[in-house]
Ligand binder design. Structure first.
Ligand code: C5P
Length: 401
């Protein structure tokens, strides 16, 4: 991850997450950026300018009408200097000021006076984040090209749980850094979401997979320059930019589409929670209550991942393992049994892993192990893609063997 030479103007506003900004300045600098800081009056209630001056190595500006500061790098000069304006934490207040073009203080004036990319890392209580006014203001800003960084989901300072937490400094740095096109010229097939196995015309066997992790992987692969076919089970998600999406319902359909798309592909990432079993037969009519126990005869579905891993020339194959216990043993077993190059394993159950924004991921290869920790799924997906790129390169430049 590099921000080499990037000039970043960090705008700090008045949220409790302001306490993370000295760390954020450090992380940005470690990634190669030069950082200057502007604070709103509210931010000064949480952290002192002196702290941020000490870590950034530059005087921190707090007021628009400060003759002494204007005699140095004036606000217009500062707005021109920046390659990126990052507002972190961004309160509902600054988001509203930016959306409506107020130039009430130094930071909102700079945002109007700059041609730099603007990034905002919202931080607020989950109900505020959900308020229609905030949603609308964010939609407006995004439609003008402002980039939203987060927010994350998790424990909030107010004691609540939910979306609105400012992302951690390294997650923000990762968002600003974007991806190098390390997979340019390579083709990937990704599966995502659940499969639905019909029982009768109105019922099916399914699972709680939301598809978010698979969609995030497809997005991260595309960001890294790969051509991506995303074979998606029934999910309610929009297609990531630059990704070719193919919708399927059952495991058998998923296998059929994957097999066709693998003809030209170099890699496969199986994130879908494919149903292991399907009803042996599909009832023509809705099954009625009979007052007796009902037995459904199930037959095993094909294993898509294992089928892809048996192809020759062998593509680079990554599987996911959702486990409730004994993560490492299960993941290593799956590497072997399925012939995968990597298994990304996460713990599920009790609201963990499925249908959430965050995930905890450990990646196992034949000889290596990476613990990616607990992060937003999009961040984990980027890290997984970096590992895939590195491993493919080691295996011979990512070309099929
Ligand atoms: O065996 P298990 O279902 O735990 O393995 C999970 C991995 O295998 C995931 O990558 C999943 O997408 C893939 N899989 C598959 N076809 C199946 C079952 C699982 O591709 N029928």
């Amino acid at each position: 991850m590099t921000l080499n030479g990037r000039k970043i103007l960090l705008g700090v506003t008045g949220g409790i997450a302001a306490y993370k900004t000295p760390e954020l300045v450090r992380r940005l600098q470690e990634a190669g950026a030069e950082v200057r800081v502007v604070m709103s009056a509210g931010a000064e209630a949480f952290i002192t300018p002196l702290t941020l001056q000490a870590v950034s190595g530059h005087r921190v500006r707090t007021h628009l009408l400060d003759p002494e500061a204007e005699a140095g790098m004036g606000h217009i000069e500062l707005a021109r200097w920046a390659d990126d304006v990052l507002i972190a934490p961004a309160t509902a207040q600054v988001i509203a000021r930016l959306a409506h073009g107020f130039a009430a203080d130094l930071l909102s004036t700079l945002a109007l006076a700059t041609e730099a990319r603007i990034w905002i890392a919202p931080a607020m209580n989950r109900v505020m984040w959900d308020a229609e006014a905030v949603r609308e203001n964010c939609r407006m800003l995004v439609s003008r090209g402002v980039k939203l960084v987060g927010p994350g989901v998790g424990d909030q300072a107010c004691g609540e749980q939910g979306p609105g937490r400012m992302l951690d400094p390294d997650e923000i740095v990762a968002e600003l850094g974007g991806s190098e096109p390390v997979l340019a010229g390579l083709r990937f097939v990704v599966t995502a979401g659940p499969t639905h196995e019909p029982i009768d015309p109105v019922r099916f066997l399914g699972n709680r997979s939301s598809g978010r992790m698979g969609f995030a992987v497809a997005e991260a692969l595309a960001e890294a320059g790969a051509r991506v076919d995303l074979v998606a089970g029934p999910v309610k998600l929009s297609t990531p930019p630059g990704v070719q999406r193919l919708d399927v319902t059952t495991a058998s359909e998923m296998l059929e589409v994957v097999t066709a798309r693998m003809e030209n592909a170099d890699g496969f990432v199986g994130v879908a929670a494919v149903a292991d079993y399907r009803p042996e037969s599909l009832a023509d009519d809705k099954i009625k209550k009979s007052g007796q126990p009902l037995t459904l005869q199930l037959v095993e579905n094909p294993d898509i991942l294992a089928t892809v891993a048996r192809r020759r020339p062998k593509p680079f194959v990554v599987g996911f393992a959702a486990e409730t216990r004994d993560l490492e043993r299960a993941a290593r077993g799956k590497l072997e049994a399925k012939g995968a190059d990597l298994i990304a394993a996460n713990r599920v159950g009790h609201d963990r892993g499925f249908d959430t924004e965050d995930n905890t991921l450990e990646v196992f290869g034949a000889e290596r192990h990476w613990n990616l920790g607990s992060r937003a799924k999009r961040i984990l997906a980027r890290e997984l893609v970096a590992i895939i790129a590195e491993q493919m390169q080691q295996d011979g430049n990512g070309k099929k063997q």
